[in-house]
Structure formats: C-alpha cells, structure tokens
Design a protein around this ligand. Structure first.
Ligand code: GLN
Length: 223
C-alpha cells in the first residue's frame, strides 16, 4: 500500500513534469489531491491510484494549485476543522470548491462539505446543500457494514463500512440521492461533488473513486 510519505508532493519532479497539461492528458490521468491533515489519507491515495489518478497530498494552500479534484477523507470533523484553520486551508479549499473543483467527501469529509451540521451553529466548508447529523447511529451500531444498492452503479451492491458515521438528513437543490441504508441517506452527488457517510477507501472496491474521477474528467472537459 502507498504510505503517506511515498506520495508525490507538489514540486516533486513527477508532478512538476506533468504541468502544464493538455486537456487530453488531464482526461487520461487527472491529478487528485487528498486532504492530508488527518484521517484515512493513504487508503484514499491507494484507491485513487488503482482507479487511474495521479495523487498529491494536500497539506497547505499551495498544494491545491496542481489538483483537478480533491478528496476529503474520514477522520474526526472537529479535529480536521481545527487543522484546516491552522494551515489556512479552510478558505483555500472553499474557494476552489466555489470555483467548481470536484470534491469527494467521505464520512467526516462529508460533514466538512455540508451546508448544515445538525446541532452546530455554523458549518465548515458549506459547499454541498445538505444537512448532516454526526455520530447518528447508537452505540450498538456505532460501526457496521452493509451492502448498498447504489443508483446507477454497475456491478452489483456496494459493500460499505460505517464507522461512527453521520447520516445525511436532508438534501437541497441539485443533490441526487444515490443510496440509503435503513431509510437514511448515505450516498449522494451533485454534478461536482460526491458525498458518502461511509468509508469506500477501506474496501478493495474502487467503483466510487472511479465515479469521482469521471466527474473530475467531465469538469475538466467543460472548463
Ligand atoms: N464521527 C466523526 C465525526 O463526527 C466521523 C467519523 C469518521 O469519519 N469515520 O467527525
């Protein structure tokens, strides 16, 4: 598995060589940033590489310069928020999101993207119109796995691992619900974002990472 310190960083020869890139090159292998301040960074990086992306680790605002899309991993949303503020990344990520860069938020990453977090006075990045509730499963179901029927995903049910997961209570305009688990929304998308309340990086199934890459390619083609 790729470890964090093995990932190409912006400025590494492999990354520098690839910029500036033509739309055709981007279409073949988009560069995806993985927010690398806390959480499942290396697992996402490995899944993205298997799906055909170049991966860079985003820890500072300048690291965002070379990326075509961004993955926000699971972890602990309050800790992630503190680290994002500390690095000056919150505003930088929000700006790229507002400019239309595709983002994939998983578990705590989905909480960061929501416009509303139940019980919290203010949201974090506020980029995807939805309300999420943190730690939404009782103690007995704090961590569990389920097979999800996902709208428009070929290849059968998706095995999903939930760890102290949130639920998406409500979605706003432009958000399509892709999967529910026992009635609760657990996977949704807009034309620029994909949000999952579970951990797709912890299974060998890369279909959601591939779906995200397709979004990134479509966004790059529209630019
Ligand atoms: N419970 C965490 C939070 O509220 C999310 C858990 C996770 O990302 N696995 O931030």
């Amino acid at each position: 598995m790729t470890r964090i310190h093995d990932l190409p960083r912006p400025g590494d020869p492999a990354v520098r060589e690839s910029t500036p890139r033509t739309p055709a090159e981007i279409a073949l292998a988009p560069t995806i940033g993985v927010l690398g301040v806390q959480g499942d960074v290396s697992e996402h990086a490995a899944a993205l590489e298997r799906a055909g992306a170049r991966v860079v680790w985003v820890r500072r605002p300048a690291d965002l310069d070379s990326v075509d899309g961004l993955v926000l991993p699971g972890g602990e949303s309050t800790t992630l928020r503190r680290l994002l503020d500390f690095e000056g990344l919150l505003d930088a990520v929000r700006r790229r999101g507002e400019e239309g860069m595709p983002m994939f938020g998983t578990c705590a990453g989905a909480i960061l993207l929501a416009t509303e977090v139940a019980g919290a006075p203010v949201p974090h990045l506020s980029l995807v119109p939805m309300t999420v509730a943190r730690n939404a499963y009782g103690r007995q179901r704090e961590s569990f796995a389920a097979d999800l029927a996902v709208e428009g995903l070929e290849g059968g049910p998706l095995h999903a691992v939930f760890i102290r997961a949130p639920v998406i209570e409500e979605v706003g305009e432009g958000v399509e619900i892709l999967a529910r688990e026992r009635g609760d929304i657990v996977l949704a998308e807009t034309d620029r974002a994909l949000v999952a309340t579970f951990h797709p990086e912890l299974t060998a199934d890369d279909r959601l990472h591939r779906r995200f890459l397709a979004k990134v390619r479509a966004a790059s083609a529209r630019r």
